[in-house]
Write a protein that binds this ligand. Structure first.
Ligand code: NAD
Length: 706
């Protein structure tokens, strides 16, 4: 786990080699072994200096999050951080020179070990990245990161790394002073040793332990830093709506901690960490972003006995907005793509989308011209079905029209091998019904991408009634190849994400109809942490699209369709007012000269009621209506609870502070949530009624997750 070796010159090398985990991680065992090695080296009079190194590809990837989730009380948290904090102080105060030989990623606790060493030497390799990404999981670096980094590189330079979890490659890290030296990878250990040998034999001392130390760039209350803190506070609050305590705690650690000694600062850091580690927000973030999303990315729900697929050529039917995005994403992952549309011109226009994006990357210096050309060459535009003959996977993304889809599905089946999987990117038509147009429904699946495809990480993998487990495995393999996070969803109208998301925006339309002031709806929703207020969002996706989806549901379901309160609003805006959304410059907002403002005529169409609900009531309605629909999807077996969380976060930006649409119920407590839903159902309608499974979970005092 931790290897220890002393050479004939008295150089001890402590090598991290946590073989029983996929990466070098800091947990109870590895920390204890590291502490023992440090103690041994410090106590050994023959040891003149210590190299901290790694035997694996990474240096140290950070702390094992399981040890943080296991912490339940402030006391447990303090005990945990106290141990590591003391150990790192022992290194600093040992008098012996410690040097970190950084061969790969050194993140979180891994970089904090480096910061405690007297010198940091990194291999000149693109694999080396240093940083403190704790904030992205609702935490703060609790092994001295908030104290040592500002003391090393100054408050101004450290804040982006602490508040945004930014990572630095060797060049940036060297420029800022996060590391001291970059050397050829093969010379890393030799150079680390040379550095120790070059020390004069006097006690090694950290800058902040030397007399007269001042923080580079000055203390927090210098005028420049003061302005920095004021700006950062305001920016944070507008970004987080006060929902995420970690960045605020980090700012407090830096401000208060940099006033006095490093030891006092470390104490402040530990206390703030304890508050975060035991907070529901942080636990939600770790569970959903690390564990649930990790499971999805590892394809945990992939049928196990199916051998992995190796794809070479993807056929994309339809080179419109979605097809063009899918083609770009696939080519980026190295797949050959045949992009088919009704004419070669239309298909080439779809390829042009990739050309434009690649050109942008080259211009910004993110990609070489050679690489961009190689990627672009992978896409072949065509109108000839025979060009699809060698494709081992097909994704159809033609118009959302049953007849058009039926026609293209028939045509491709005639040319592709009978082993090729056919996927549809339909957003509303049940996959099972489209499977009727192919002769191998077992090889037919839904892959529901989100727009813009190249930026949205989520992929819903939809199982039709007859889709075989092999095909599900192959669909998940394609998701992985395209670097998407897949969730497996059973077939139903609108699948999972669009179904639950629609209820969110419809709730806003219903409020509008009730006479709730539009600005109140928008601003209260912003405070829930959702990325965009609902009326603006409806304009963005287009009022007409939601109107058409409703019409399609009416046509498909006939007498079975249950009229919904928002139907009237959509009809009025499309049929009577022609306010179709942003694309025509008018919807719930007016769009003029690149600016938008709520349409002044709204109150004539839906007069504002004399009595307005509280902000809290609007927030509750907006969040609960999504969560209760997610619970319905879980009960119907459409999606698993963890996938429901992942889908809500990645699909429509459900605030991760609550852990996702299902974890919100656990956060509130199922019993309290169900009771609140009953109240909302009485007041506003049966869409809030808790499904029986939720009542059952509430009655038994259980949770959906953990
Ligand atoms: P689009 O109108 O931009 O593109 C459709 C393309 O299909 C057009 O280029 C059209 O020329 C082509 N096409 C039409 N008939 C064809 C035929 N017979 N043979 C070959 N090509 C044909 O539409 P889009 O937004 O890209 O949507 C495509 C599909 O993806 C739809 O099923 C839609 O529901 C689904 N989808 C859309 C979104 C979205 O946000 N737009 C999101 C997820 C899924």
């Amino acid at each position: 786990m931790i290897d220890y070796n002393v050479d004939s010159d008295g150089i001890a090398t402590i090598t991290w080699n946590v073989v029983n985990r996929p990466m070098n991680v800091m947990n109870a065992d590895s920390n204890a072994a590291f502490a023992a090695a440090v103690k041994k080296a410090v106590a050994d009079a023959n040891v003149r200096g210590v190299i901290v190194a790694s035997a694996r590809k990474e240096f140290i990837a950070g702390a094992d999050l399981a040890i943080i989730l296991a912490v339940e009380t402030v006391e447990e948290s303090m005990a945990l951080t106290d141990q590591i904090s003391r150990l790192l102080r022992d290194i600093e105060l040992s008098g012996k020179p410690f040097v970190a030989a950084i061969n790969g990623v050194a993140l979180g606790g891994g970089f904090e070990i480096c910061l405690a060493c007297h010198c940091r030497i990194a291999a000149d390799s693109p694999h080396v990245q240093v940083g403190l990404p704790e904030v992205t999981l609702g935490l703060l670096p609790a092994a001295g990161g908030t104290q040592r980094l500002p003391r090393l590189i100054g408050i101004k330079n450290s804040l982006p790394y602490l508040l945004e979890g930014k990572k630095a490659g060797v060049r940036d890290a060297l420029k800022l002073g996060m590391i001291d030296k970059v050397v050829p990878a093969g010379e890393l250990l030799v150079q680390a040793k040379n550095w120790i040998m070059a020390q004069d034999g006097g006690p090694a001392i950290k800058p902040w332990d030397a007399k007269g130390f001042t923080v580079p760039g000055g203390k927090p209350q210098t005028p420049a830093n003061q302005a920095l803190f004021m700006g950062a506070n305001a920016m944070l609050l507008s970004k987080t709506q006060g929902l995420y305590p970690a960045p605020e705690a980090i700012l407090a650690c830096v401000y208060d901690g940099c006033q006095g000694s490093i030891d006092a600062g470390l104490g402040i850091e530990q206390r703030h960490f304890a508050r975060l580690a035991t907070s529901v927000t942080t636990r939600n973030m770790i569970q959903s972003l690390f564990y649930s999303m990790g499971d999805a990315n590892r394809l945990a729900s992939r049928p196990k006995d199916v051998p992995p697929s190796d794809y070479k050529k993807l056929g994309v039917l339809g080179a419109g907005m979605m097809g063009a995005g899918i083609a770009y994403t696939a080519a980026q992952s190295g797949l050959e793509v045949v992009l088919l549309d009704t004419t070669v011109e239309a298909a080439s226009k779809g390829k042009g989308y990739s050309a434009a994006l690649l050109e942008g990357s080259v211009k910004k210096g993110r990609m070489s011209t050679d690489k961009a050309e190689t990627i672009l060459r992978l896409i072949t535009p065509t109108a000839n079905y025979n060009d699809l003959a060698e494709c081992d996977f097909i994704i159809e993304a033609v118009f959302e029209d049953r007849a058009v889809k039926a026609e293209v599905l028939k045509k491709i089946e005639a040319v592709i091998p009978n082993t090729t999987v056919i996927a549809t990117n339909t957003s509303t038509l049940p996959v099972t019904s489209l499977a009727e147009y192919v002769s191998r429904p077992q090889d037919f699946i839904g892959l529901h991408f989100f727009s813009p495809v190249e930026r949205m990480p989520l992929l819903e993998v939809i199982k039709g009634k007859k889709t075989s487990p092999q095909t599900i495995a192959k669909g998940l393999d394609m998701a992985k190849r395209l670097r998407k996070t897949p969730i497996v969803v059973e077939d139903c109208r609108s699948f999972y994400c669009n179904r639950a998301f629609a209820l969110f925006v419809y709730e806003a339309l219903i409020m509008l109809k009730e006479g709730v002031a539009p600005a109140l709806i928008e601003n209260a929703t912003r405070q829930t942490g959702l990325p965009m207020p609902p009326l603006a969002l409806v304009d963005e996706v287009s009022v007409e699209l939601l109107y058409k989806a409703t019409k399609a549901a009416m046509d498909d379901l006939g007498d079975q369709y249950k009229p919904q309160p928002q139907d009237e609003v959509l009809t009025k805006f499309v049929e009577e007012l022609g306010r179709l959304g942003k694309k025509v410059g008018k919807g719930f907002y007016d769009y003029e000269g690149g600016k938008k403002k709520l349409w002044s005529g709204l109150s004539e169409v839906y007069p504002v009621a004399a009595e307005q609900p509280t902000v809290e009531e609007i927030k509750t309605r907006i969040l609960f209506v999504q969560a209760v629909e997610a619970a319905r999807c879980v009960e119907e077996g459409i999606v698993a609870p963890k996938d429901a969380d992942v889908g809500s976060i990645l699909g429509w930006g459900f605030p991760v502070a609550y852990g996702g649409a299902i974890s919100l119920i656990d956060t509130v407590g199922a019993a309290k949530f169900a009771a609140e839903c009953d109240r909302l159902a009485d007041a506003y309608g049966e869409r809030f009624l808790p499904p029986p499974q939720l009542r059952d979970i509430a009655a038994k005092g259980q949770r959906y997750i953990r």
